[in-house]
Ligand binder design. Structure first.
Ligand SMILES: NC(=O)c1ccc[n+]([C@@H]2O[C@H](COP(=O)([O-])OP(=O)(O)OC[C@H]3O[C@@H](n4cnc5c(N)ncnc54)[C@H](OP(=O)(O)O)[C@@H]3O)[C@@H](O)[C@H]2O)c1
Length: 307
């Protein structure tokens, strides 16, 4: 591995989007060893309580509103920007996701490193070709989330612009399919299988992704922060194993007895697997086997469905 991980023990870390599926286990982990500030709009009182129970300091702010970010302390060491909004309103979503990362970086311009979470949804559809960081970009997720891919691409551009203008060491990590004991895409597939709801699949099968378990992404965050440069490091971030929707549904079927009903739909997201070369060079391979990860997820969220 080319990168030395940063030591986050005792560091002041700002985590945005802390109540989301991806960041929640990150807050839970780092609040035990570091000084974590958790930033979201916090429209629900129970979300605040959950953060406080984990030991994080709550900051209620909206990334679309630069003024509201004055609540962020000026001595943040590291930023993990997970926040995302998919309201379908282009004006707001571009302001929150695109300008939002810029607003945040300006507020935290003295941070030692800024880690922005992007998505492989920024890549154009290209069949089974593993996507490299320099592969063509496109409006991949338009069918389900009209503003998502475009605003994630916009966010990356704003992030690079501000990093370059203000010399902020930055990494952009393009997440594949994050999952863990608190949820993930395959959990929705299990629920659909249970109810006999058809699962749409792109006809160019199999539909490959790189599921990334929470244990792995938590372990890799200090490395991604260590990889941050003023030129900005952009890297795919998925599991080292390539797995298809068909494979994980078949495995869920083995565990539960529920049969998947697949339905061809050329509009469905197609294969979106990643080229892991740069990721492996920088931060090494992931370690959680996808079958172990899925079994553990069902055990945690729905033990009654396991045979
Ligand atoms: N989940 C996946 O499968 C997946 C796949 C690839 C990449 N990613 C990336 O991973 C990151 C986390 O995704 P997720 O699925 O965990 O998201 P999520 O579950 O939708 O959670 C979004 C989080 O962002 C906060 N947020 C939304 N709008 C905000 C705003 N205007 N200002 C401040 N905070 C705001 C939300 O809290 P409030 O509503 O209280 O503000 C919430 O904490 C995102 O960057 C996403 O693009 C996710």
């Amino acid at each position: 591995m080319a990168v030395t991980p940063v030591d986050l023990t005792g560091a002041k870390i700002l985590i945005t989007g802390p109540t989301g599926q991806v960041a929640l286990p990150v807050v839970e982990h780092f609040a035990k060893i570091a000084d974590v500030c958790a930033l979201a709009r916090f429209r629900k009182a129970e979300d605040r309580a959950q953060m406080e129970d984990m030991g994080a300091t709550v900051i209620a702010a909206d990334l679309a509103d630069a003024q509201s970010l004055e609540a962020v302390p000026e001595d943040i060491d590291y930023v993990l920007n997970f926040a995302v909004v998919k309201s379908g309103d282009f004006e707001y979503d571009l302001a929150a996701n695109g300008e939002g990362v810029g607003n945040l970086m300006l507020r935290c311009r003295n941070a030692k490193a800024f880690l922005h979470f992007s998505s492989t949804a920024v890549y154009e559809y290209c069949g089974h070709e593993p996507r490299r960081e320099d592969s063509p970009l496109g409006d991949n997720h338009r069918v389900m989330f009209p503003t998502y891919s475009i605003s994630k691409i916009a966010a990356e551009t704003v992030c690079r612009f501000v990093a370059h203008q203000h010399d902020i060491p930055t990494t952009i990590a393009r997440l594949s399919v994050p999952y863990g004991d608190n949820g993930g895409w395959m959990y929705f597939h299990m629920l659909m299988m249970k109810e006999g709801i058809p699962i749409d699949l792109h006809p160019e099968k199999p539909n490959y992704y790189n599921p990334l378990h929470a244990r792995d992404y938590i372990e890799k965050i200090p490395y991604l922060l260590g990889a941050a440069t003023r030129e900005v490091t952009t890297v795919n971030f998925g599991g080292s194993q390539r797995v298809s929707i068909e494979q994980w549904c078949e495995y869920i079927s083995e565990l539960t007895g529920f049969e998947p009903v697949f339905q061809d739909n050329p509009q469905a997201f197609g294969s979106l697997c990643i080229d892991t070369t740069r990721m492996h060079e920088l931060i090494g391979e992931t370690s959680v086997d996808w079958r172990e990860g899925i079994r553990s997820q069902l055990q945690a969220l729905a033990p009654e469905v396991l045979r």
